[in-house]
Design a protein around this ligand. Structure first.
Ligand code: HEC
Length: 109
């Protein structure tokens, strides 16, 4: 009987882990995201540009998710409106994967 409960516990842990990763990994392609970030974001987010200098590790994974899901570039909405849903997902994935608290924080985009 104890063994059955242990196995059940493992199954539940696996389901929870998969569920948690599915929330953030929204089907974005981080390789495309990196390319898009350089093309669509860096011009305004480097030193001496219109917006503040920004790198993936400027924010945590949770902050990037909140930015893409809630803020949606509120200070300049036309930036996000010009991009497709998939392009935004790709960029979000790239930034998320290299956020400050990710396994591979990255300074350069
Ligand atoms: C046309 C110029 C422009 C482009 C293109 C642009 N941004 Fe911005 N961004 C801005 C400006 C201006 C602000 C507002 C800065 C402020 O409020 O002082 C801003 C703010 C932000 C912020 C909030 C700043 C912070 O420190 O929290 C984030 C995050 C951001 N942009 C991400 C992006 C991403 C990701 C892209 C590419 C999809 C992008 N931006 C493309 C101009 C731009």
């Amino acid at each position: 009987m104890m063994k059955l409960f242990t196995q059940l516990g493992v199954v539940i842990a696996v389901i929870l882990t998969l569920g948690a990763s599915a929330i953030a990994a929204d089907g974005g392609n981080p390789k495309k995201g990196k390319h898009l970030y350089k093309k669509q974001c860096k011009a305004c987010h480097s030193v001496n540009s219109e917006g503040p200098e920004l790198t993936p590790m400027a924010k945590t994974m949770g902050q990037w998710d909140r930015f893409f899901e809630r803020d949606q570039h509120k200070s300049k909405p036309e930036v996000f409106k010009a991009l497709s849903e998939q392009e935004l997902k790709d960029i979000q994935q790239f930034l998320y994967d290299h956020a400050a608290d990710s396994e591979q924080p990255q300074t350069c985009g």
